[in-house]
Design a binder for this molecule. Structure first.
Ligand code: CMC
Length: 442
C-alpha cells in the first residue's frame, strides 16, 4: 500500500473490511461486542495485514483492554460498577462495600462484609519508620507530592506483597493500599500544617477514620458529625472507579511491565494530579478565588470561550460524559445537604459557584458543546465547606480512586491476553541522515 493512500471502512456481519483506495487491497477485521456499549474493531493484526498503524492521540476511539469492572455510557449519563448503577450504590451502599464489589465482582454477603471491613481495618497503620520518610519533605510540600513519594516508598516497606505472580500477595497489597491510603493522606496533611500525625482508630468506620486523622489532634478529639461522615463516604463512592481514565490507564501501563503494585499506584497518583484530571477540584477553587466576585463572571466566561485564551472553566466538561455526569448530579445534592447542615449556604464563594453554574448551564457555548458541571465542580465546593484545604482536594480523590486502580491492576494481571503496553507513533522528525563532524558543521 502506498503512503498517500486513503482508506474507507465498511462493516458487515460482525467484521469490518478496510479498503486501500489506491491499491484496492482489502483486509478484514473482526468486530467484538461487549455486554453493553459499542463494539470494537479488533485491529491486532492490522500492521501485519496492511503495513499501517492507527493514529489516535488521546485514545479518543481506542479501547486499550477488556474489562468487567465499570461501564460508562457518556451519551446517556450512565455509570455502572459491576452492573450496579452509581445512583443505587451512592444511596444504599457504603464505600467499603463498593471496594469489595470492585475487587471481587459481587456484592458481599453479611459475613463477607464483616470479614472484609475487618481485613481493611487491620491494615490501616503505617510502618512506624515511614514517619521518618515524611520528615524528608519540605514543610510546605504539596500533599500530592508527598503522596507520590510515600506511596511509591511502600514497596520499600512491604516486600512480602510485591510478588505480582502470587494472587495472595496481590490481594494483601490491595488491602494494604486501600487501608493505608487515608492514613498516608492524613499524615501528608498533618505534616503540611505542622501538627503531629494522628494514628488510625479501629473503632471508626472508613470515612469517619479519615476525618479523624485529618482533624483530630493529640489534645482534642474530632467530634464526628454523621451528616459530614456520610457525605465523605458518598464522595469516596462517587470517585471509586471510572474505567480507563488517564490515571487508571497510567496504572495499567505501569503495571503492564510487571512493576510492583505500590509503584503502579504511585504512577496513577502522579497522573491524577494534573488539572485536566483529578487536579480539577483544586483548580475549581483556585478559579473561584481568581474570579473573586459575581460581577467578574461574565469576563471569565468570555475568556473561557475565547479559543486564543488558554483559560478553561474548571469543573466543566468531560471527555466521556456529553450529556451529564451522573456523579455530578448526586454530588450536587450532597453539596446542598452539607451546606445546609453547616448553615453556610450563603457563603460568598459558594454563592459565586452557584451563579457560575447557572450561567454556564444557560450559555450557548457551553450548551452546544455539552459542557456540564462535572463531579469536581461540586466536590471542590463540598471540601471547601468541610474546612479541607484546597491542596488536599486531589489527595481525597486519590484516596477514593485507589480501589479502582487496584481492581483494574488486578484484572490486568489476571488477563491472559495482557501484554506490555507499547503504543506506536507517527514519526514526523528528520529522515535518515549521516553524522556530521563538529568541525565541518556550518
Ligand atoms: N471551558 C471552556 N471550554 C471548554 C472546556 C471548559 N472547561 N472544556 C472543553 N471546552 C471546549 C474546548 O475548547 C473545545 O471547543 P472547540 O470545539 O470550540 O475547540 C470543546 O469544548 C471540546 O473540548 P475538548 O478539549 O476536545 O474536550 P476533551 O474531551 O479533550 O476534554 C476535559 C475534556 C475534561 C479535559 C475538558 O473539558 C477540560 O479541560 N475541562 C476542565 C477541567 C476539568 O474540569 N477536568 C475534570 C474532568 S472530570 C474528573 C476526571 O475525570 O478527572
Amino acid at each position: 500500500m502506498s503512503q498517500d493512500s486513503s482508506a474507507a471502512a465498511t462493516a458487515s456481519n460482525n467484521n469490518v473490511t478496510l479498503t486501500d483506495n489506491v491499491t484496492g487491497k482489502q483486509a478484514t477485521f473482526p468486530v467484538r461486542t461487549g455486554t453493553q456499549g459499542p463494539g470494537v474493531i479488533d485491529i491486532r493484526s492490522l500492521y501485519a495485514e496492511t503495513g499501517y498503524f492507527t493514529y489516535d492521540p488521546g485514545f479518543i476511539a481506542t479501547g486499550s483492554c477488556e474489562s468487567k469492572i465499570t461501564y460508562i455510557d457518556g451519551d446517556n449519563g450512565i455509570l455502572l460498577h459491576r452492573g450496579y448503577p452509581i445512583e443505587q450504590l451512592a444511596e444504599n451502599s457504603d464505600f467499603l462495600e463498593v471496594c469489595y464489589l470492585l475487587l471481587y465482582g459481587e456484592l458481599p454477603t453479611g459475613e463477607q462484609k464483616v470479614k472484609f471491613d475487618r481485613g481493611i481495618t487491620l491494615h490501616t497503620m503505617l510502618h512506624e519508620q515511614m514517619a521518618n520518610f515524611y520528615r524528608g519533605f519540605r514543610r510546605d510540600a504539596h500533599p500530592m507530592a508527598i503522596m507520590c513519594g510515600v506511596v511509591g516508598a511502600l514497596s520499600a516497606f512491604y516486600h512480602d506483597s510485591t510478588d505480582i505472580s502470587d494472587p495472595h500477595q496481590r490481594m494483601v497489597a490491595s488491602y494494604r493500599m486501600i487501608a493505608k491510603m487515608p492514613t498516608i493522606a492524613g499524615w501528608a496533611y498533618k505534616y503540611s500544617i505542622g501538627q503531629p500525625f494522628i494514628y488510625p482508630s479501629n473503632k471508626l468506620g472508613f470515612a469517619e477514620n479519615f476525618l479523624h486523622m485529618l482533624f483530630a489532634t493529640p489534645c482534642e478529639d474530632y467530634e464526628i458529625n454523621p451528616v459530614i461522615a456520610k457525605a465523605m463516604d458518598r464522595i469516596l463512592i462517587l470517585h471509586a472507579d471510572h474505567e480507563q481514565n488517564a490515571s487508571t490507564s497510567t496504572v495499567r501501563l505501569a503495571g503492564s511491565s510487571g512493576a510492583n503494585p505500590f509503584a503502579c499506584i504511585s504512577a496513577g497518583i502522579a497522573s491524577l494530579w494534573g488539572p485536566a484530571h483529578g487536579g480539577a477540584n483544586e483548580a475549581v477553587l483556585n478559579m473561584l478565588h481568581e474570579i473573586g466576585d459575581k460581577s467578574n463572571i461574565n469576563e471569565y466566561i468570555k475568556k473561557a470561550k475565547d479559543s486564543d485564551d488558554p483559560f478553561r472553566l474548571m469543573g466543566f466538561g468531560h471527555r466521556v460524559y456529553k450529556n451529564f455526569d451522573p456523579r455530578a448530579k448526586i454530588m450536587r445534592e450532597t453539596c446542598h445537604s452539607v451546606l445546609n447542615e453547616l448553615g453556610i449556604e450563603n457563603e460568598p464563594l459558594l454563592e459565586l459557584a452557584m451563579e457560575l453554574e447557572k450561567i454556564a448551564l444557560e450559555d450557548e457555548y457551553f450548551v452546544d458543546r455539552k459542557l456540564y458541571p462535572n463531579v469536581d465542580f461540586y466536590s471542590g465546593i463540598i471540601f471547601q465547606a468541610l474546612g479541607i484545604p484546597t491542596s488536599m482536594f486531589t489527595v481525597l480523590f486519590a484516596v477514593a480512586r485507589t480501589v479502582g486502580w487496584i481492581a483494574q491492576w488486578n484484572e490486568m494481571i489476571e488477563d491472559p491476553s495482557q501484554k506490555i503496553g507499547r503504543p506506536r507513533q507517527l514519526y514526523t522528525g528528520q529522515p535518515y541522515r549521516d553524522y556530521v563532524p563538529i568541525k565541518t558543521r556550518p
